[in-house]
Each structure stands twice: as structure tokens, then as C-alpha cells.
Design a protein around this ligand. Structure first.
Ligand SMILES: *Cc1c(COP(=O)(O)O)cnc(C)c1O
Length: 344
């Protein structure tokens, strides 16, 4: 791996971060806070939240078995994606490599930051080859994006190939594990110590049922986490979000029940899809959604919309011609979808 200094944009490497009142006061317990120009009324919303979300990181650390110093929390994973570009990619000069198709935000953030985005097509089983991604990279490639289970294809990426990429690439590998809770494969979190160039993304938006609170997690070496923390907005995770996340973490076992229910609903729904005349192929899923190739994606999408049922039309995405992406809902919602498709 190139050194972290070689990978980091020079202005970011030497940046002196904004120091907030909450950063500077770290002494004994105090009871009179006259340092941040807050209003003394309207407790608890009058106070700025903890900029480093320490209590929350300690609780996440227990469940994920990763030290708090290896955790970055952001306003959704989307913030972490954007910060990776801002920390490491020099606009107009550096580039990133990504599998294709995958989550659309990587390219949007690349475009916003004026960073070349190099796409490498998956094979017909939606698998990737480390060698192909490495062949697309050059000395100006700072980041490679992987997503496993991948969106919109739903499948886990091959772990041996991920290992090969981590060993073969001298920049940073971002592995987006937004859907890992629904997969039978183990997360790469336990391999952070082995791979200094690994950055794992997870989120509260899917299995945790908290898309509304906007909370994403990045896990990496303490050096990489320190860089991201240095350039984030000081209070990027608001107090309501921190409080709600603490509550969810205390009900950890209910989330496990949701995941089990959704995995069962997934297999029931996929099984029923196999019997529909308008379905040509169902792709295997390790997530809380699956991709299905249908006779006419645009027509079936519109047909469902007219019945108040919304799925995602992925027809125009690479390798996804005539494909719909279906999120697994409640038993009732899934039945409504099937009933509607039976009469298509
Ligand atoms: C849904 C999703 C996310 C979650 O993004 P948030 O900003 O945390 O809501 C991240 N990555 C992928 C691939 C997703 O599909």
C-alpha cells in the first residue's frame, strides 16, 4: 500500500480542523456551560451534540467488535462516501474504479467532486474479478468501490476475489456492506487489522429500520478514521439521531428478529415469483431485495404503479435489461404484490 500521506490530498493532510467549544472542553464534569453561545432554556435541544458521538461509538463497538477509534459516524453512508472523495481524490487529476452495476451514489459523488469514475462490468452472474479492476487502475487511482451484497443485483461478491483485490491494490478499497445483515457470509469487519487499506461501510438504514434518522458507519484504521473526522462538519450527527440510535442498539435482539422474518419472507416471495408467467428469471439474493427479469419491465412497472404498488425499475442499468428490483416488505405487502402480478 502507498503510505496514507501519499494517498491523501495534500491540503487535507495538512488541514488544521475547526475546533468547536465541545471539542476544547474535555475536563472534569461541569455543570455551568457558558462556552458555546447556546440558549440556556429548552433542555435538551439547546445544547450542541457530542461532535465525536462517543457514547454511541462505544455501544456500536460492543456489537460490531471494533474499537471506537476505528469507527466514523456520518449523516448516512452517503456522507462517508462523499468524504472519501474529498479526503483522497484531487479533483480533475485522480480517479476511482468501481464495479458496474452498483449503487449510484459512488458515481454521483465522483461527479460532484470532479473525479474520474472508471466502471468495470460484472460478469453474467454479477461477480467481479480482482484482476479486471486492477487492470483498470493506474497510479492516479486512489479508491476502488465494492458493494457486497451488491445493489441492485442483490448478490454477495466472491470473498476470495475481495481478498485478492485487498492484497493487490496499493490504494484504499471501500467495501459497502449496507445489506450484510441479510447475508449468510461473514462481514469483512473482523479483517480490518489484516488490511490497512480496507474501509467498510455499514448503515442504520436497512436492517436497523432507521433510514429516517440518517446514520451511516465507516470502519477503518484509526489513521483513516482520524482523517475523515478531521474534515466532517463538526456536528454532523444530530442529537435526535444519536438518541434514537442508542435506543435501537439497546433493542439489538428485535433487529435480529426482523432480519430472520425478512429472510423468510424473501424466500417465500421469490418462490411465488418463479410461478408468475411474466417473470423470466430471478437472481439469487443475499439482501432484503431481489432482482427479477420480466417480460416487459416498463409496462409491468407502470401496471403496478396504477395499483399503488411501487417497485424499482432497473431496466436502463447495465446488465439489468427488463429487470425490476423488489424490496421485501411485510407479509401483507408482499401478498398484494403477488396478487397484482397474477392478474397482469
Ligand atoms: C441503501 C444503501 C446505503 C445506505 O445509505 P445511507 O446514506 O446510509 O442511507 C448504502 N449503500 C448501499 C449500497 C445502499 O443500497
Amino acid at each position: 500500500m502507498r503510505t496514507l500521506q501519499e494517498l491523501t490530498r495534500p491540503n487535507i493532510w495538512k488541514l488544521k480542523p475547526y475546533s468547536s467549544a465541545r471539542d476544547e472542553y474535555k475536563g472534569v464534569a461541569a455543570s455551568v456551560f457558558l462556552d458555546a453561545n447556546e440558549n440556556p432554556y429548552n433542555t435538551p435541544y439547546n445544547r450542541y451534540p457530542d461532535p465525536m458521538q462517543w457514547d454511541l461509538k462505544v455501544e456500536i463497538s460492543k456489537i460490531k467488535k471494533v474499537s471506537p477509534g476505528n469507527i466514523f459516524l456520518g449523516n448516512g453512508s452517503d456522507e462517508a462516501i462523499d468524504l472519501m472523495f474529498r479526503a483522497f481524490c484531487e479533483p480533475g487529476r485522480d480517479n476511482v474504479v468501481a464495479i458496474d452495476p452498483t449503487y449510484g451514489m459512488y458515481q454521483v459523488c465522483a461527479d460532484v467532486n470532479d473525479v474520474e469514475y472508471r466502471k468495470v462490468l460484472l460478469d453474467e452472474n454479477f461477480q467481479f474479478y480482482a484482476d479486471k479492476l486492477l487492470a483498470a487502475a493506474d497510479e492516479r487511482t486512489k479508491l476502488i468501490f465494492l458493494c457486497s451484497p451488491n445493489n441492485p443485483t442483490g448478490n454477495d461478491l466472491d470473498h476470495t476475489e475481495i481478498d485478492r483485490l485487498l492484497n493487490g491494490f496499493d490504494g484504499l478499497v471501500i467495501l459497502d456492506e449496507a445489506y450484510t445483515d441479510f447475508s449468510e457470509r461473514t462481514s469483512f469487519l473482523s479483517l480490518l487489522d489484516r488490511y490497512p487499506n480496507l474501509v467498510v461501510f455499514q448503515t442504520f438504514s436497512k436492517a436497523w429500520g432507521c433510514a429516517a434518522i440518517r446514520l451511516g458507519m465507516a470502519f477503518a484504521s484509526t489513521e483513516i478514521i482520524a482523517l475523515l473526522s478531521k474534515i466532517k462538519y463538526p456536528y454532523n450527527v444530530n442529537q435526535l439521531t444519536q438518541k434514537q440510535a442508542m435506543e435501537m442498539l439497546s433493542q439489538f435482539h428485535e433487529i435480529e428478529d426482523w432480519v430472520e422474518t425478512l429472510k423468510k419472507e424473501r424466500s417465500d416471495l421469490m418462490e411465488k415469483f418463479t410461478q408468475l408467467p411474466c417473470v423470466l428469471k430471478i437472481f439469487p439474493s443475499d439482501a432484503n431485495f431481489f432482482l427479477a427479469r420480466v417480460t416487459d419491465a416498463v409496462d409491468i412497472y407502470n401496471y403496478l404503479v396504477n395499483r399503488g404498488i411501487i417497485v424499482r425499475n432497473r431496466n436502463s442499468i447495465a446488465l439489468c435489461g427488463n429487470c425490476l428490483r423488489v424490496t421485501v416488505g411485510t407479509h401483507l405487502e408482499n401478498n398484494k404484490l403477488i396478487e397484482a402480478l397474477i392478474t397482469y
